[in-house]
Design a protein around this ligand. Structure first.
Ligand code: ATP
Length: 352
C-alpha cells in the first residue's frame, strides 16, 4: 500500500493522567491532503491527543492508524520514529550544534549524503531559507527557525503532519506569511495534517475542517464556515469572539419577539425559554432609514474594522456591532439597527 494513502485515523482514544480523564473517547479522521485544526481552550486535551497520535504518550485506550497501518492499539505499538509522522511544535527544537541544512538532513536517514543534502536544500528553498543553509539556528529569527523546523518535518515526506501551536511564537505579520507558506507546501505534499490551536482565527484561516474540543471531547466537527455559521452550542458560538446575548420566550409561531424584530426559533416548542446569541457583524447599523432606534454609546476603531456599542431606545439594551472600515459613527449619534438572521443563533436558555 502507498504509505501516503489513508491519512490519520484516531479511533475512540481516551487518556488519563493520575486517574483524571483529559481525552475522552475521541475519534477523528484526517484525509490525505487535508488539514484539520483541533481547536479548543487551554487544558481541553488537544496536545495530549496529538502526543498520543505521535506516539509521544503511550496509548491507554483506542486505536491510531497512519496511512492505513495500525500504529497503536491494545497489544500494538509502533515507536514515534517509525510512524511516518512529521512533527512541528511551538518551540522549534532545532539542534543548536547542527547547521540549518544539517538540521533538515537529520530526518532523511539512510539516503546517500549527496541526496540528503539535495533534498534538504530543496525544502529550504521552497520555504525561502536556502540562503541560510550553512548558518546555525541561533543566528536566525523566530520566523526563520520556524521555517527550518517546517522544512525538517516535511523533508522526509511524512504521510501525517502533527503540528502543535506552530505559529504562536511569531509576530502577526510573520505569522501570516509563514502560515501561508506552510499551508501551500502541506497542500503540495498531500500530507494529512492535524494542527492544534487555541486561536479560532488561525483555525478559520487554515483548516479544511475544524474539530472543536472541550473537556476532552470533540463537541463539533465541520468546515470553518459550518462551525462559524452553525455553532452547535453557546460555548462554540462565543469561542469565536464576543457575542451579544438576548433572552426570550418562543411564541406559538415559533418565533421570539424582540425590539429588533421577530427571530425564528425553529425546532423549539412554544413557551421555550431561549437565549439568542448575535454575532457583532450581524448587528447592522443603517443610519436613519430602517430598523430599531438606538444611540451610539462608543465606537472603537480596531484597524480594518470597528466595534460600535449601541443602546436600544426601546429597552436600554446595549449591543455591540462590528462594522467594516474606519469611518465610524460618533458617540451620541442616533442610528437604526437591524439583524442578519444568518449569524443569529437560538439556544435553550442557559441555567444561571
Ligand atoms: P494548551 O492549549 O494549554 O496547551 P491543551 O488543550 O493542549 O492545552 P493538554 O496539554 O492536552 O491541553 O492538557 C490537558 C490536561 O492534562 C491539562 O489539565 C493538563 O494539566 C493535563 N496534563 C497534560 N500533560 C500532563 C502530564 N504529563 N501529567 C499530568 N497532567 C497532564
Amino acid at each position: 500500500m502507498d504509505q501516503r494513502s489513508g491519512g490519520l485515523a484516531i479511533e475512540a482514544v481516551s487518556h488519563a493522567f493520575d486517574g483524571l480523564t483529559v481525552v475522552d473517547g475521541v475519534s477523528l479522521e484526517v484525509g490525505v491532503g487535508e488539514l484539520v485544526c483541533l481547536l479548543g481552550p487551554s487544558g481541553c486535551g488537544k496536545t495530549t491527543l496529538l502526543r498520543v497520535a505521535a506516539g509521544l504518550e503511550p496509548l491507554q485506550q483506542g486505536r491510531v492508524r497512519i496511512a492505513g497501518r495500525t500504529v497503536a492499539a491494545p497489544g500494538t505499538w509502533t515507536p514515534p520514529e517509525d510512524r511516518g509522522v512529521g512533527m512541528v511544535f511551538q518551540d522549534y527544537a532545532l539542534f543548536p550544534h547542527l547547521t540549518v541544512a544539517e538540521n533538515v538532513e537529520f530526518g532523511l536517514g539512510a539516503r546517500k549524503p549527496a541526496e540528503r543534502r539535495a533534498t534538504a536544500l530543496d525544502y529550504l528553498r521552497r520555504l525561502g531559507m536556502a540562503g541560510h543553509a550553512g548558518t546555525y539556528p541561533h543566528t536566525l529569527s523566530g520566523g526563520e527557525q520556524q521555517r527550518v523546523a517546517l522544512a525538517r518535518a516535511l523533508a522526509p515526506r511524512p504521510a501525517v503532519m502533527l503540528m502543535d501551536e506552530p505559529f504562536s511564537g511569531l509576530d502577526i505579520r510573520l505569522r501570516d506569511a509563514v502560515r501561508d507558506e506552510a499551508l501551500a507546501l502541506l497542500r503540495e505534499e498531500g500530507a494529512a495534517t492535524l494542527l492544534v490551536t487555541h486561536d479560532p482565527e488561525e483555525a478559520m484561516r487554515m483548516a479544511d475542517r475544524i474539530a472543536v474540543m472541550r473537556g476532552g471531547r470533540i463537541i463539533q466537527y465541520g468546515s470553518p464556515a459550518d462551525v462559524y455559521r452553525r455553532p452547535a452550542d453557546p460555548f462554540i458560538a462565543e469561542f469565536f469572539g464576543n457575542i451579544n446575548r438576548l433572552s426570550g420566550i418562543v411564541d406559538e409561531k415559533g418565533e421570539i419577539t424582540t425590539h429588533l424584530g421577530a427571530i425564528r426559533a425553529d425546532g423549539f416548542p412554544s413557551g421555550a425559554a431561549v437565549d439568542v446569541l448575535i454575532r457583532p457583524e450581524a448587528v447592522r447599523l443603517n443610519g436613519r432609514s430602517e430598523g430599531a432606534s438606538a444611540t451610539v454609546q462608543c465606537a472603537r476603531p480596531m484597524g480594518p474594522f470597528g466595534l460600535v456599542d449601541v443602546r436600544l431606545a426601546a429597552n436600554d439594551c446595549v449591543l455591540t456591532s462590528r462594522v467594516p472600515g474606519t469611518d465610524l459613527p460618533r458617540c451620541g449619534e442616533a442610528v437604526r439597527i437591524t439583524l442578519n438572521p444568518a449569524l443569529t443563533f437560538v439556544f435553550p436558555r442557559a441555567t444561571p
